[in-house]
Design a protein around this ligand. Structure first.
Ligand code: FDA
Length: 315
């Protein structure tokens, strides 16, 4: 793992650091590499370009760890308008819906005390009703491990009514393989990712080879299971392993998809799409980009160098 990862992820939770970083006017250079813009107006042309290139999209309205009911209500209202906007886009004819939204339950109120999980479940239900009317899919992001059980519980509750509702599984969690077995037996759409938070050893593998080995075990379970696997990784080894698993399990485009983050390995995204694979780009927008940016910096020392250079140039 990147030795600076724990430090950067600790900074992601620091209010003082957040104030210092977000006050520096460096948004254009660094944030725009990973974030489509701050408003739905800025998001629209980026979304259109991606769809025109044959890629599918999953749009995330940035925001997490809502501390007030009014913020959760505002997030729901924004997602409602977002789904309307996305449904109006001209999407390519793909085997599965080309447009999806990604949602963090902590943004929908999950952390609002004892009632939080019920509030988040009710809010997610509202979004799913709207999404179903608009042929837009919904995936629930995986956040830190303290939210995992509640998140899976919410997805389990809503899955019978919205069988296309998906959830992310982080392979750094020691319980990931078991979780994949249970979710795939229920036919769930599952986004498989390595995991982006700082977690204790009791919960998560700390060494990259262990996380990767867990990814490969989960991949095997999902590709041979009942659900719809979404392989969310930029790692060439995971992509190669997916192609081998797809051949072995006779899965074709439409039976699984690749996913990558906006701004990361763009040529590889295009290459896979041109080869006929289904590929979806996770596309965040909004003003609350700080936590998301910090997780991207933590993943790769080169990103941190890019960020510090931009700071120095503008300072
Ligand atoms: P790995 O980190 O090993 O990177 C492999 C290669 O990819 C690197 O060598 C580099 O070339 C490139 N790369 C990776 N990250 C990069 C970066 N930040 N900048 C530039 N290049 C980079 N996590 C989570 O906890 N909950 C979630 O819900 C999600 N959701 C999600 C959706 C989608 C569509 C993706 C692709 C990822 C997530 N993640 C996530 C993030 C995920 O857990 C993980 O942190 C990153 O994807 C990096 O892991 P890789 O599998 O890409 O491998």
């Amino acid at each position: 793992m990147n030795p600076l990862r724990p430090v950067i992820l600790a900074a992601a939770g620091s209010g003082r650091m957040k104030n210092a970083v977000t006050r520096v006017p460096l948004t254009a250079a660094v944030v725009r590499r990973f974030v489509a813009g701050e408003t739905r107006g800025e998001l629209a042309p980026v979304a259109r370009d991606l769809l025109a290139s044959g890629r599918m999209i999953s749009v995330d309205f940035l925001g997490e760890y809502t501390t007030e009911q009014s913020m959760a209500n505002a997030a729901v209202a924004e997602y409602m308008s977002l789904i309307d906007d996305l449904a109006a886009l001209e999407a390519p004819h793909t085997l599965v819906p080309a447009v999806e939204v990604s949602v963090k339950l902590s943004a929908l109120g999950q952390s609002l005390g004892a009632d939080g999980p019920a509030i988040a479940t009710e809010n997610l239900h509202k979004l799913c009703v709207k999404a179903a009317e608009s042929r837009v899919w919904v995936t629930v992001d995986a956040e830190d491990h303290t939210t995992t059980d509640q998140t899976l519980d919410t997805v389990r509750q809503l899955h019978p009514e919205f069988p296309w509702l998906a959830v992310a599984v982080q392979t750094y969690q020691r319980s990931a393989e078991d979780r994949c077995r249970r979710l795939t037996a229920a036919g769930t759409r599952i986004r498989l990712c390595k995991g982006a938070y700082q977690e204790p050893d009791t919960v998560a593998y700390q060494r990259r080879p262990d996380v990767d080995a867990s990814y490969l075990r989960c991949l095997n379970v999902l590709m041979r299971g009942e659900g719809y696997p979404m392989i969310a990784s930029h790692d060439p080894s995971m992509i190669a392993a997916t192609l081998v698993e797809a051949a072995g399990s006779r899965r074709c485009p439409g039976d699984f998809e690749f996913q990558m983050l906006y701004g990361i390995r763009d040529p590889e995204q295009r290459r896979l799409t041109e080869e006929g694979h289904a590929l979806r780009v996770y596309l965040p927008y909004g003003t609350q980009w700080y936590g998301y940016l910090m997780r991207r910096l933590a993943e790769r020392p080169a990103n941190l160098a890019f960020f510090l250079r931009a700071l120095a140039e503008r300072g």
